[in-house]
Design a protein around this ligand. Sequence first.
Ligand code: IFM
Length: 771
Amino acid sequence: MIYNLGKGKDENFILAEDYFNKDNFRKYESIMCLGNGYLGLRNTNEEDYVSQVRGLYISGCFNRFHETEVTELPNCPDVIGMKIWLNEKEFDLTQFTILNYERTLNIRSGLATRIVEIKSKSQERFILKFKKFVSMDNLHLICQKVEILPLDDDVDFKLCTGIDGQVTNSSVQHFSEGDKRLFNDKIMQSCFKTTESKIDFVLNSSVKFNTEDYFSQIQMDRRKIFMNFKKKIKKGDTLIFEKFSTIHTSRDKENENLLLEDFKKKSKEELNEIIKYDFEELFLKSEDCFLKNIWNKSDIKIKSINSFDQFAVRFSIYHLHIMTPAHDSRMSIAAKGLSGEGYKGHVFWDTEIFCLPYFIYEHPEIARKLLEYRFNSLISARKKASSGGYLGAQYPWESAWIDDGEVTPVWGAADIITGKSTKIWSGFIEIHVTSDVVYAIEQYFKIARDLDFMKRYGYEIIFETALFWTSRLEYNENLDLYEINDVMGPDEYKEHVNNNAFTNQMAYYNMSLALKYFYKLKSNDEDTFKILENSINISSIAEKIEKIINKIYLQRPNKNLIIPQDDTYLNLKSIDLTPFKNQKHVGEIFKFYNLKQVNEIQVSKQADIMMMLYLLEDEFDYETIKANYDYYEPRTLHDSSLSLSTHCILAKKMNHMELAYELFHKSIKIDLGENMQSSNDGIHAASIGGIWRATILGFCGIKNIDEILEIDPRLPNEWDMIEFNLVFRGNSMNLLITKNTIAIVLYENKEVKIKIKDEIYTVNDEMKFKY
Ligand code: IFM
């Protein structure tokens, strides 16, 4: 993997592969994924290979294949595949000698390229150039351009390409086939309907040549509509063709009230307009959106002796945008974004705790949309609470469409000892996501100061979830305390534990917040108070909270300052974990122990106590954080991509800068490292959000304290400078931090209060500080 090809404006914006290796296809398909938040396209080759996994996913368009399965994002019909023949020889890099090969993704503009120079067995050389992008300007559009140059002789060229509905999700077919036809010899249209959710998909595709002189013919097959083209290319002449494809669904807001026939017609007419432009013109429009919406607003510039750091931070910003459905608050970020089938397109706490901080500080309008998704899915949360016999709203561990309810699969991989499928308990007992959502709402409110959001959506979520916790807590007569039993905390290697510290503390946080707002609204905002009183009776919720809040069982530090992860963790046996730490692949421990055995060992999958200490750091003193870091980190395998970036931030807090930088690199390498299998099923959204979080909230020490922005930087030794923009309480600003200075420039000359090393300053336009 190469990161330093870019020059000039593209410096540290190019990810490249310089040799062809079909064993690495799946990794590159994911990390070089293209998208715009509406759709995600795995970056596969145009030609077919067995080890290649094509993928085109439309945010929010879930389907459930069978009642024994959970809903998932269907893999849509493919539009980018192309069969090319050169003198009757099908273009396939395994069948030619490769003289030159370079494949790139430009994350500044979203352009993917591939240039190959090949030689056939009969010694004819060809240069083929491929370009493609998913438009940021028109969310439905995918554009491709191919150039073919025969170097030694004239060549008989043939092309077959179109819309291929034979793709599946690992063999599961989510679509029934609808109409397909060719309009005016130039637009292929093919329609599909998801089998259970009955969402209509309409795909249109058109191919345009740089010459009028070619032969073309339609070909239809089961679930396929294709065009065949033939042409002689003269030696030294370059044949150029461009393919434009669009995808629309009945779930798109603009099609919701249209009949299928009408939106078929509309989408065909739209493509007819699009093809009046050429690839480069359409690309400029898309690139412009990338620049305006992403890089001009939220680029981060790092001067590091290691240019990989600069690239990696931009890589995270690129992916955060292409995977986020900023256009529609009925959808949210999936754990693998829109880059693969992993986790079925489902939404986890990854969104609120790992990805949302970027949007809160950089694009608050998108953060609001993501939180609105949780309001829109209160219907699922209420359903989940009541099906468990509880009150209020309990968010599903895994979410999909807003009213789908809990969608976590029930059965997982086979147990190595019993051979039976293991039950996935998280959907039943991993319940902390409910208060994680509330934590994110409060962060958003404090940083974006969006009172309108709170009135319309935020308060209702906070009260309804607090009500859930009041009913979920169980009274223990012997202790005279309220407990939360039989749960799984963030550490998924501990199932069915009692009083997981993180879960209890976050539930307490959730309920305390509801109480705080109850009194605040009662005394300061009579109108909102009345509305909430009438709709969800917040007085009775507050009364319930007050009865129990001071008796909630919270794990406390022992004499060594260690906070028990749950009631039993500290009594479990310890084993030598060295063989399982720093492994190339996650889950190595399961080659030696089954889950039941792992449950009985002091070993954690990921940050658990450490996550609590990070999120609620003001509740704990430095010594406690340090003691727990030293205790739990050696017991943590970082077998989840959520673990390293959190540990990185805490290591920086403890001034272990070498360790913090090492952890930062390890977390970057989850997707960008040498392990060529780690991203096969898609990138890791939480780790990607975690890279931004570790950079800005970690190394730069950005934190909000009520209406004050705290800046407590400590840059890694390798970094000289970092520059970035932030939006804090409606104020946009630029920050430039060096090893000992902080310079702030406000873009709008509003007043911002800044805290640096216990001093509070008021900044009106610009200021420079030493630290
Ligand atoms: O949400 C995470 C969880 O914490 C660990 N397993 C994977 C999930 C999705 O990323």
